[in-house]
Write a new protein. Sequence first.
Length: 613
Amino acid sequence: MLSRQIARTRIPSTRPLRPPNAITISRPVPQTRLFTQTSPHRILTHRHTSRPQIPYLSQPPLRPTNSILGPNPHLARLLSTETRRYISEQFYLAVKWSIIIWVFGILGGMMYLGIAIELQERKNPTPEEWSFWARWALRGARAQMEAGETQGFVDWASVGGSLRRCLARLEDRGRDGKGTGEVEEGGILIEGVRKAGQDISGKSWPWRSGYCEVIMGCAAAAEQMDGMVLDETRGLVFPKEMVVGPSNLDPRPVPAYMPAAPLEENCVRPFEAPETFYMRVLTGKGFTTKQKLDAALVYANWLEFKGLQDSAEEMYRWGVDIAKAGLPNHIAPDTIIDARTSVLLGNVGESNATPNLLQAATALAIHHARTSNVSSALPLFLSVLRARRSAPLSPMSQSTTRNLSALFTDPEQPKTDIGAASSLLAKIFQVPAYPLPPPSGDLPLIRTSEKPSCDESELMLYIGEILFATSPASNEGLGWTRQAVAIAEANLQNQTHNSAAETPKEKERCKACLLTGVGNWETMLHRLAETQDSTSYREGGRNAGWSEWRGWFGRDGGVKGGVLDLAAGGVIEEELKRVEGLKERIVREDIGREMGRGKGKGGSGGMGVWIGG
């Protein structure tokens, strides 16, 4: 027993303490546990070595690039059990808040759009009979034009596109055009215009009014894009001068803020011709006399702008015929206007002249003046002025008429806070009504005041320009211009003290008359100072000429020849000082800046062709 214990303690063991390796033992031996791996279900990469793996020392194995994790092997180490739950929670929160933000953003945008549409409808409503997309196109065109007028530039390509889409829906009998038809069997065919004129008499006034507005807007867009081309490859509009092609060997350089110049083979006409739209009103059925007359005069002005004077005169005469056709049945046109010269007759029928007839005759007279046909222009102006001054006076004044209108439109005024609040809520939830039809202009003219109006002041400005251009030494033109300025100034001061007496359009017209008259007056005085000496003016007065006879314009009409004569030295200087005082007042009252905006081609309020030489 003892010997065995001694033998066991003396003989050392030669077996190593470590397990055998794979070279000496053929059966598989479990590998040592790695520092970077905790359990087999967390192993995402297969290690082929038993060396301990430290994160910053381990070499990532190669993985195929078409795996879910991609070519980056470091992403495998991030997707572990500890991080997978965190990543899923963060992904869920991101999706949740993204959906919430988008929902609130979309709802807020819809609310803002609804409020904007409601405000625009209350300011300028659209016909309720139209579909949503037709009304949407008209609202968009109106908004773009208003924004362009504020910024000083209107994107007529975009405005015309919106109006053209609206017009296509209105003329589609399967959509908004139900109930419309051709004027005659097969429609009216016009050379170069195709079919024109539809019968819209079966539609309501809001539908017809909106349809006319869309057509006239399309015509205005067509005029503005007359010298433009459309690049079909990019959908952009460029001036013709910038097109690169055989017909334009020296194209104008494109500004830096615009895309590259278009090629001629890719360009087409961006819009239809303006006459395509004007003829739809002139040859259609269901339009009022005023709408047709406005279309005829605007189209004639466009022809005049293009240099087609003969065609413009024919269109102006067509406007006179339209006004004559709108006269009441009991009034014969031959008793009011001369069929050949369109001069309003002075012996009978002055009180039967309608506003449409006066407007058409005035436009024709302006055309004669611009084409230097003084012998036809001056009698027309004088006859229109005489007809306006001989029109009967309304038994009720203008202020009384407005007060009665306000009384009938709102007979009960809220007297308590509760009544005011309920009335306000009722107006908020009430659908805005479309404006009532304006006066057609087919009834005889009736004056609302004994005082001369701005219409008369405008006519006197035209007469003064013609007289001064034909005979500067007679000073008749200067007298007419001086009196026209006095009328416009008096009317403007009256409107300033009583802001509710006139409409904004009438106020702007008086401002335009005053500005034009002051400019003409100053130019006439400078020309007289240059061409005549102070000693050339005769002392005393002289007999009145045929155009200054009192019988033409009644008790307050005309200007005596003695008043028209310039006195001895210093008269021109005194009048120039008066003109300078008027100009200072205009600048002080900010009238010039309001009227300094673009008035378009052929604006009213003075011809500007005689004084300019």
